[in-house]
Design a protein around this ligand. Structure first.
Ligand code: NOJ
Length: 664
């Protein structure tokens, strides 16, 4: 805590408060670099907070509290009873991630709030201020008069200093698989977080949450030109959260960044999760794999049994041969188990007759290739939970260490939303059970991620995004070129995305209305741009066999990084990311653009000084265009160093991917 600035702001805010109206006690805390200052105060029994950045208001007086069921609200009869401060300055290591070491540096202020009369119920509001933003949460200690209670509404507000431009999707769109819309805050409907905004002054803000544990996901809706209020996803019965003290809400977070690229470098969400709870993590390994998957989405194979069944023993072994030959660690096989005829009554232990689980896993073991398991539940959670132990045991016995889970459908069990407290409890149950069987999870149709992978690093990656599969069958033609220039700054802020880049054949004769709307070079670049510690090279192996040169990039691109930098970015327009491999001195660069062509001017100043590197560049040709000529790609090599400035043309809908190998 920097006491000098603390007192400066205390005095300033106290004076402003006295002039405006009668405000009672308030407390302040500043970020370690002094740039962000938060005030927590009380006015007429209501608790509020305010946030300043560089002495300018970012969040104006915003009230806090709860509407409860069948008892007095936690709302307008409170005072600030006590305050304590703490400073934390440490670095922790990520087993996998966008960088190896994460700085966790913040100042904390914890304020005890108590009812002025009556039951004298209490809760804490804890703020943690980092240099790149802040988080706060409500904590309910054990107490006589607040044991079990039901939250009907969380009243948390974010009164912003302007009607900022926001990128959002509706909170209830199925599985968060929507195209992000750009509009002013005042025009939003109820949207999920992360909610990313740009202010008129060019500041970038992103509101989200961290450590969603036994609570409902946070959504936001506007109540005026610049005010957002929290809307918790309800249970089917209308209640929002069933609470039992001691417990706490997730952290409500805001990243504050001077440029779009810095949003991607904030580790605030991870820092607000608990350290790893698993004792042995030696079995958790990131990896790149292939899958019997795109063939189903392109209607080349079926999930269910029949003449075109994809998940046969023979086909799986063929994919395993290809994986071994090209250095992939696994093969995902969907449609191996009974139940694909009605998508509701899946068995997670009974394979179809033409799939021999024992034979394929033993065959894979001889080649160093694992089967990646698949549990599509169709949203029937009751059916899944009843089989969970047997299902994980079976896979564990056969050496399967990654399972892709899925919850297709609008409601779980036909009644609960994917982001309500019921779903949050279920997903956590699966992660913990999986860890006990040494299984890593790739979760599709999830609740929006909130950084739990710090605590449970077997939660590798999740969907919750309109991914590549939409380019196979979407009625609207597929993902438009700007989609991947937006999602890193929205959904991507919530953690790894299982988008599955790497499609090499864009057209499907069966579905002529839809296609991949990128160039081939952009598909390569997406492997760097869209971070996921488990990444599937998504195409059918035949399409890789037919395109060996660009496939070299996919094979070489790591999934675990020592360091990440973002040389340039603008939401919805372009983004360039450079990442240093965790296991070598090599760097990988991805750069993508929307539907407009542009020239990438990239100073390689992130490279080690006085060192020579060989740059292998995969780029669009002059005539390349995502609509008329998407496949034309040039591969070239040149020697570079930290002083080199690369200039590379990106085609409309295009991109470039670069490997920078240190020359010893
Ligand atoms: C939707 C998932 O996103 C996709 O990857 C999977 O193939 C299907 N569900 C079937 O489980």
């Amino acid at each position: 805590m920097l006491m000098k600035s603390f007192f400066k702001y205390l005095v300033l805010i106290a004076m402003a408060g006295l002039m405006a109206c009668q405000r009672n006690a308030h407390f302040n805390v500043a970020s370690p670099d002094d740039k962000i200052v938060v005030t927590l105060g009380e006015e007429n029994g209501r608790v509020y907070y305010e946030v300043f950045h560089d002495s300018k208001p970012v969040v104006l007086q915003s009230f806090l509290g709860f509407t409860l069921k069948a008892t007095d609200n936690l709302e307008d009869n409170f005072y600030l009873k006590d305050v304590s401060y703490a400073e934390v300055n440490k670095t922790w290591e990520q087993q996998w991630g966008e960088e190896r070491f994460v700085d966790e540096v913040y100042n904390e202020m914890k304020v005890l709030v108590e009812e002025k009369s009556g039951d004298k119920r209490q809760f804490y509001i804890t703020f943690r201020l980092f240099n790149d933003g802040f988080g706060f949460r409500y904590e309910f200690p054990e107490q006589a008069n607040l044991k079990k209670f039901t939250i009907m509404d969380e009243q948390t507000e974010f009164v912003l200093n302007g009607n900022h431009t926001a990128w959002s999707i509706p909170y209830d769109i199925e599985a968060y698989e929507g195209l992000y819309r750009q509009m002013p805050i005042s025009e939003l409907d109820t949207v999920c977080s992360p909610l990313t905004m740009k202010t008129a002054d060019g500041l970038y803000l992103a509101i989200h949450e961290a450590n969603l544990t036994d609570y409902a996901a946070m959504n936001l809706y506007p109540t005026g030109d610049s005010t957002l209020k929290v809307y918790l996803t309800p249970w089917s019965s209308g209640e929002k959260v069933f609470m039992k003290a001691p417990h706490q809400t997730p952290w409500r977070t805001m990243i504050i960044a001077d440029n779009a690229g810095d949003l991607l470098l904030s580790r605030l969400m991870l820092n607000l999760n608990e350290p790893c709870q698993l004792e042995d993590t030696s079995w958790i390994k990131p990896g790149r794999y292939i899958g019997i998957w795109w063939g189903m989405h392109m209607k080349h194979y079926t999930w269910h049994e029949g003449p075109q069944h994809g998940a046969t023993t023979e086909n799986t072994m063929r994919y395993m041969d290809f994986a071994a030959e090209h250095g992939f660690s696994g093969v995902l096989v969907e449609g191996w188990n009974k139940g694909w005829d009605d998508w509701q009554h899946f068995s997670f232990t009974e394979p179809y007759a033409d799939f021999d689980l024992k034979a394929v896993t033993e065959y894979g073991a001889t080649k160093g290739v694992k089967l990646i398991g698949h549990h599509e539940t169709g949203g029937n959670v009751n059916n899944y939970e009843a089989q969970l132990d047997d299902a994980f045991n079976l896979y564990h016995q056969h050496g399967v260490s990654v399972v892709k889970t899925g919850y297709v459908g609008t409601l779980l069990n036909g009644n609960e939303m994917h982001s309500g407290q019921y779903a949050v409890r279920h997903y956590r149950h699966v992660i913990e059970k999986a860890a006990r069987s040494q299984i890593m999870i790739d979760n599709h149709e999830p609740v929006m991620p909130t950084g739990l992978q710090r605590t449970f690093p077997n939660l590798m990656t999740q969907e919750g995004v309109r991914g590549q599969e939409w380019n196979a069958w979407a009625g609207d033609g597929g993902n438009p070129p700007n989609h991947t220039t937006i999602i890193p700054f929205t959904r991507g802020l919530a953690g790894p995305m299982d988008f599955t880049p790497g499609i090499f054949n864009f057209d499907n004769p069966e579905m002529p209305q839809t296609r991949v709307q990128t160039t081939l070079a952009k598909q390569l670049a997406l492997s760097v741009i869209l971070y996921s510690p488990l990444q599937m090279a998504a195409d059918m192996i035949e399409n890789y066999q037919n395109n060996p040169e660009p496939f070299e990039f996919i094979k070489a691109c790591p999934v675990n990084w020592a360091q990440t930098v973002v040389p340039e970015a603008e939401i919805g327009e372009y983004v360039t990311i450079a990442r240093k491999d965790r296991d070598s001195d090599n760097w990988f660069v991805g750069s993508i653009t929307n539907e407009h062509q542009r020239e990438l001017v990239l100073p390689l100043d992130f490279l080690e000084p006085n060192t020579r590197y060989m740059a292998q560049v995969f780029k669009d040709a002059e005539e390349t265009d995502y609509l008329s000529n998407p496949y034309e790609l040039i591969e070239e090599e040149l020697e570079v160093n930290a002083h080199t400035v690369l200039k590379i043309g990106l085609a409309p809908g295009g991109g470039t991917a670069i490997i920078l190998t240190k020359i010893e």
